[in-house]
Design a protein around this ligand. Structure first.
Ligand code: URA
Ligand code: SF4
Length: 187
């Protein structure tokens, strides 16, 4: 576990803990407000993210940004990252050993940021964070509270690009996040 951002950044700089290092152009550690109340966890960098070194800058990210803007949630108020910090070849799912290798970085990020709410984007984020027993279809849209952090599982924005009908759910789940945040801020 890394106790400061400097330690974390230094440790990950040349990371070769799993095979994903072989094809990466950039490590995508995360971006956003390190003191934000909301943390967003996706799956892993895609081609655009690998090229730029920033999370959710491609098509799926743009769609997610539109939802945030529509709901008055600002991307600058959140910290966005992924389960794995290097791009899986051909955008395949990260394998369990890769997710396990990379988990120390994510755990440290959560400890350093201390978010109140964590949005879990898709099945990979859900299973790696809350456990294998969770399924995205049943879990999405319902809060799970663990050790003082409120988790909201929802569809991965890439799934919305494939299936328009999921946009309504996604919007609804995001709205719950906004409402919860407002409740927390006013109490
Ligand atoms: N999909 C993800 O899961 N993460 C990104 O950063 C981009 C696309
Ligand atoms: Fe290291 Fe994570 Fe990249 Fe694997 S995915 S090489 S563990 S930073």
């Amino acid at each position: 576990m890394y106790e400061t951002w400097e330690q974390l950044e230094e440790a990950i700089r040349d990371c070769k803990k799993c095979k994903l290092y072989q094809n990466r152009n950039n490590i995508v550690l995360g971006a956003g407000n390190k003191k934000g109340n909301i943390m967003i966890i996706g799956e892993g960098p895609g081609a655009d993210e690998d090229r730029e070194g920033n999370p959710f800058v491609g098509k799926a990210g743009k769609l997610m940004n539109q939802a945030f803007i529509g709901l008055g949630l600002k991307r600058e108020e959140m910290y966005i990252t992924n389960i794995v910090k290097c791009r899986p070849p051909g955008n395949r799912d990260p394998e369990p050993d890769e997710a396990t290798c990379c988990m120390d970085y994510l755990r440290s990020q959560v400890i350093l940021i201390k978010p109140k709410i964590i949005l879990l984007l898709g099945r990979i984020a859900l299973k790696n964070i809350l456990g294998k027993e969770y399924g995205i279809t049943d879990s999405r849209g319902s809060w799970v509270e663990k050790k003082g952090i409120w988790y909201m599982p929802t569809w991965h924005p890439a799934a919305l690009l494939r299936d328009e009908s999921k946009k309504i759910d996604f919007w609804r789940d995001m709205k719950q996040v906004r409402v919860k945040l407002e409740e927390m801020e006013s109490s």
